[in-house]
Design a protein around this ligand. Sequence first.
Ligand code: HEM
Length: 370
Amino acid sequence: MAAEGRKRIGRAPLLLMGMGCLVAGVWGGLVRLPLNMPLPGGNANWLSFHGPLMVCGFLGTVIGLERAVGLRGWWTYVAPLLTGMGASMVVAGMMGRVPVAFIAAGSLWFWVVTLWVVKLQRVTFTMVMSAGALAWAVGNVCWWAGWPFNRVVPWWIAFLALTIVGERLDLSRFQKQSKWSRPLLYAALGLFVGGVVLASIKQVPGERLTGLGLLALAGWLGRFDLARRTIRQPGLPRFMAVCLLAGYVWLALAGLLMTVFSPLESGLRYDATLHSFFLGFVFSMIFGHAPVIFPAVLVLQPSFRLTFYSHVVLLHLAVLLRVGSDVVKWGPGRQWGGIASALAIGLFLANTITSFVVPVRPKVKLARTV
Ligand code: HEM
C-alpha cells in the first residue's frame, strides 16, 4: 500500500503540470472568443498559445504519463516530464524557442517509447499509436522551426486521431473481426495519413484529403467499434459507448468541415473545424475513457455514477451551439457555446474528483411488509 502511495505522489507533479496547462489553455481560449476576462499577470501566452497548451501541454503530457504508468520503466516518464516542463514554461510567460524545444524533445522521446512498445508487441494497434506519436513530434518540430499554427494543426490532429484509433483497436482486439474490417481500416488510414503529409506541401488538396480520411476513419469506427455492442450493457459500458459513438459523429463532422472549409487559416471556419475535432471528438473520448484511465494513473478504485452523463450532455450541446454558430456566423452563440464547453470540462473534473472522494451509497432495499 505504501508503495502505491509513493507511486501516486510521484505521478502527481506530472498530472498537475498537465492540469495547469488545461486551466491556462481554457482560460486563454475564453479570452480569444472574445470574453472580457483578465489574463493573470498580464500573461498573453495563455491566449497566443491556447492551441499548443491544450494539445501538447495537457493532452500530450497526460497521454505520455498514461503510457509510462502502463510500461513501468523510469525512462518512459522522461517524455511527459519534458513536455510538461516546456508547457509550464509557456504558462509561466516564457517566450522564445527554449520551451518549444522541451516540448519537441519530449514528443520525440515519446515516439521512441512507442517504438519500444512496437518492438515488444509488433501488432497493428501499437504501430498506429507509434505513427500518432511520430505525427506529434513532426508537428512540434515544425512549430519549433517557426511554422504557423494552422499548418502544424494537421499533425496535431493526426497525433490524437491515430492515438485514439490505436487505443480502440487495442480494446476491440478480442472481438470477432469481419473480413472487410482490416482492409477498410488500412484504406482509411492511408487516406488520412497521405492527406496530412500532403497538407504540409500543398495546403488545400492536403487538407481536403485529410478531411476525407477523418470521414473514413469515423465511418470505420462507427461500423466496427466494440461500442456498438457494449451500448446494450448497463452502467459503465453503456456510458463509454455513448461517449464513443457521439464522438465518432463529431469526427465525421470535423472531416466534412475540413474538406469543405479548406484552406484553414483563422476565424469562424477554422474554429468550427478544429473544435468539432478537439472538443466534440477528443473530449468525448476523454470523458468516455476517464472512469478507467484516472484510476489506473492514480492507483484508485474505478467508480462510475449516472451524474457523469451531465458533463457529457453539456459538452455535446455546447459544441453543437458553438460549431453551429460558427457556421451561421452568430457571434453570441459562439461565445455561449465556448463558455458552456469550458463549463462542461469544469463539471467533468468536479464529477470525477467527487467520484473518488465521496463513496457511492449502496441502494437501500426496503423490507417487504406483506
Ligand atoms: C474549452 C473551450 C475552448 C475555447 C473557449 C476555445 C477557444 C478557441 C478560440 C477562440 C480559438 C481561435 C480560433 C480563431 O482563429 O478564430 C481557438 C483556437 C484553437 N483551439 Fe480552442 N478552445 C477551446 C477548447 C479547445 C480544445 C479542447 C483544444 C484542443 C484539445 C483546442 C485547440 C485549439 C487549437 C489547436 C486552436 C488553433 C490555435 C491557433 O491557431 O492559434 N481548443 N480556440
